[in-house]
Design a protein around this ligand. Sequence first.
Ligand code: ATP
Length: 220
Amino acid sequence: MKFNQFVIIGLGRFGSSIGRELMQLGYEVLGVDRDEEKVEEMSGVLTHAVVADATEENVLRSVGARNFDCGVVAIGDDIQASILATILLKELGVKKVVAKAVSELHGRVLERIGVDRIIYPERDMGIRVAHQLVSPNLLDYIELSKQYTIAELNVPDCLSGKSLSEVNPRGRFGCSIVAINKPKGIIIAPTASDVLAERDVMVVIGTNQQIESFQHSIGQ
Ligand code: ATP
């Protein structure tokens, strides 16, 4: 389902960053915050920004929250407010509700009340940074499940000039290179004769163990 209109509750660092990016991407965004200063700061950036307490049902109704496809509850510190705003958005019929959690317990409560996606910004970013610190060539990764990951890896010197059949990560470790991002463009589903070069980025899919073994073999 493609969403076009977003309502963001809480315009702190997290909420305002999501709002700015959605605007850049060309979407409509309504920002709601009870803090007048935050709303003023974002009023020239978002489609609309209103000062309101998102824990009050009539307030959310009056700003037309139910007409939005997706709601983001970006309140962290005030867990009660986060939960109330989330329940209200769900009850008003917002199709998808995404909420930020500041602790495991907060996340568990959000899960119980039917949030479609829970985000732990500090925890997740911490995990990401730790992975990147120990594997300097790891640019980014997505955990597909507890076991499977897609990782973006810089091509190290030792692989530069080698074809995929020579590198052979599938035969050696069980993981596959599913794309090569080259400065000139991306090759999706590369063939055995495609050659890696310095400054390319490999997109690798496999189990965590397989990708780790591959990284280890190329000194990452
Ligand atoms: P961030 O890390 O995103 O800056 P934070 O965790 O430091 O956020 P929070 O207390 O989570 O700060 O609040 C985020 C924003 O949510 C603040 O701007 C705050 O004014 C707003 N907010 C909190 N409660 C409500 C509410 N009931 N209605 C509307 N806005 C609220």
